[in-house]
Write a protein that binds this ligand. Structure first.
Ligand code: 3AM
Length: 178
């Protein structure tokens, strides 16, 4: 299974984010059901290792926290924008949970994630979006923000890559307790 650890998002936040989708030629918008905030990408994992991942995640103790989504951003590769996202504030609660997950997975024998944690929710992937249109879109929505949400669990997802969109399936939920 191809696994990743993420926060899912409540309906009203999904609705708010879905309101941003549209009006950009060349953007493949993520279906609202697929919105998530990745905490750790794990990748292809055999079943016995998936069980170890589950045990490692289940042992994590962390407190609920407020998630704040505000502002838009893009990721680029070789000077070309490849995705558009809403940015999440790197609050202590979010950073704490992400580093607990990273530590738990390293202890379970997974190699360290080399990329810096940049919390975000991907809205769309860019095929060939005209730059002026993208700049205009980013300016129009620069003040976008969601009501803060209290995060009370995190989730292990499996991902099946499809031709159009990936299918994400929640495999296990892990509560955060005060
Ligand atoms: O949360 P987002 O949408 O930014 O791009 C993939 C998606 O990110 C990312 O994991 C999330 C769930 O699929 N992803 C896919 N392959 C990856 C890899 N090899 C990866 N992240 C890191 N390394």
């Amino acid at each position: 299974m191809r696994l990743f650890v993420a926060l899912d998002l409540p309906e009203d936040v999904r609705d708010g984010l879905a309101g941003l989708a549209g009006g950009l030629p060349g953007m493949r918008w993520v279906p609202p059901a697929n919105y998530h905030l990745t905490l750790r990408f794990i990748g292809e994992t055999p079943p016995y290792r998936a069980e170890e991942v589950d045990e490692a995640l289940a042992a994590i103790r962390a407190k609920p926290f407020e998630l704040r989504l505000a502002g838009l951003g893009t990721f680029e590769k070789s000077g070309r924008v490849h995705s558009l996202h809403v940015t999440a504030e790197r609050t202590p609660g979010l950073s704490h949970l992400q580093s607990k997950i990273e530590t738990a997975l390293q202890r379970a024998g997974f190699p360290a994630e080399k990329r810096r944690f940049t919390p975000h929710v991907t809205l769309g992937r860019a095929d060939a979006v005209p730059v002026p249109k993208l700049v205009d879109f980013l300016q129009t929505h620069s003040l976008f923000r969601c009501e803060p949400v209290t995060v009370e669990h995190f989730t292990l997802f499996s991902s099946q890559l499809g031709k159009e969109q990936a299918v994400y399936t929640p495999e296990a939920d892990y509560p955060l307790a005060a």
